[in-house]
Design a protein around this ligand. Structure first.
Ligand SMILES: Cc1cc2nc3c(=O)[nH]c(=O)nc-3n(C[C@H](O)[C@H](O)[C@H](O)COP(=O)(O)O)c2cc1C
Length: 326
């Protein structure tokens, strides 16, 4: 097997510095395991694992373990929006640690409590950030690495490009991973040459045989061009990158007037966010599994430009790794 040693591969104990990022609702055990088995690392998204793909949480982790003995990671979205959610996330992290997970990707919020738990057993934590102020917060919390989410990313994209993020965050003393817009082996190699310790991809891994989303969604990724990706505020209240389908065009991209008004108030903002969170979990689950493609709310980033076929995830990892060989 090809080995591309970087600070990320040393931290995560993997061979190829390629992460299959957490994806609600697209992360399923088979996809996570396939990326890890090929030498990269798949990240478990706990709400996707349980709510979308129907696994009891610990049984889902054990299923992944039965498919690969190599390291897998866990995504802790740590926004403390409700006490019940925070307590559930603590339990999920504890069980992940019990089941042998040692690589954590945190997003939003203060990652300190995850860092303390992971470090106590020799694990590491990388924190998703879109700009310097969040990177500083993550470092204050003791994270071991940063994932720089750029403006071409699927999901919640950041405001800056990959080169600008390398300039801003490259000198902070921890490994930096590039997330966003990488869909081809050449782009993967270019990111490593730019100084990134690895790449986190989402969109590319949706168009795989292991991903359990509908064929219509996968084909839409294969067919889309970068200019078909638009930012919609209608899913979560903040911009999310989606394919500009007729359904999205009918819905419009902006949050409704009522939602905007609610988001402005200090107390109502919290309720609106919770409402959005619940609504989006349900909507995204329905769209990703729906085979009729009538309400297609399909998240994808600008990397769609380089994605031309649905392939096994392991083949993608190996093809990308081969592009970095002399
Ligand atoms: C469908 C989809 C769902 C995502 N869900 C999550 C998530 O639940 N948690 C998270 O931290 N990142 C999430 N992301 C971001 C990815 O983990 C990754 O950073 C991003 O997809 C990289 O950009 P790319 O799609 O251009 O490769 C999601 C991305 C996509 C495309």
């Amino acid at each position: 097997m090809i080995q591309i040693p970087t600070p990320l591969t040393a931290h995560a104990r993997i061979e190829i510095p390629l992460i299959c990022g957490a994806m609600y609702p697209c992360s399923n055990p088979e996809l996570v395991a396939a990326v890890s088995e090929a030498g990269g690392i798949g990240i478990i998204q706990p709400i996707s694992l349980t709510y979308v793909h129907g696994h009891e949480y610990r049984a889902g982790l054990k299923l992944i373990r039965s498919l690969t003995t190599k390291p897998v990671g866990f995504n802790a979205l740590i926004e403390a929006s409700s006490k019940a959610y925070h307590e559930r996330m603590i339990r999920w992290v504890d069980v992940a640690l019990e089941e042998g997970v040692r690589f954590f990707v945190t997003s939003l919020g203060n990652p300190k409590w995850v860092v303390e738990k992971a470090h106590a057993v020799g694990g590491v934590v990388y924190h998703d950030v879109t700009e310097l102020k969040w990177a500083r917060k993550g470092l204050d919390g003791g994270v071991d690495g940063l994932i720089a989410v750029n403006r071409r990313a699927g999901g919640h994209a950041g405001p800056s490009g990959a080169e600008q993020l390398m300039e801003e965050l490259g000198g902070l003393g921890v490994p930096l991973v590039c997330a966003g817009g990488i869909g081809t082996p050449e782009e993967f190699a270019a990111a490593l040459r730019m100084g990134y310790a690895g790449v986190q991809m989402g969109t590319r891994f949706i168009a795989t045989t292991e991903c359990k989303t509908s064929d219509a969604y996968k084909q839409a990724i294969v067919d889309a061009k970068a200019e078909d990706i638009v930012l919609s505020e209608r899913i979560t209240g903040v911009p999310v990158a989606v394919i500009n389908t007729p359904y999205i065009q009918r819905m419009g991209l902006k949050a409704g007037r009522f939602a905007k008004w609610m988001l402005r108030g200090r107390r109502t903002k919290k309720w609106m966010r919770s409402l959005y969170a619940l609504k989006s979990l349900w909507q995204l689950k329905r769209s990703s599994l729906d085979t009729t493609a009538s309400r297609d709310y399909w998240q994808a980033g600008k990397s769609v430009d380089g994605i031309h076929s649905i392939e096994p995830a392991g083949d993608i990892v190996r093809r990308f790794a081969a592009a970095c060989q002399p």
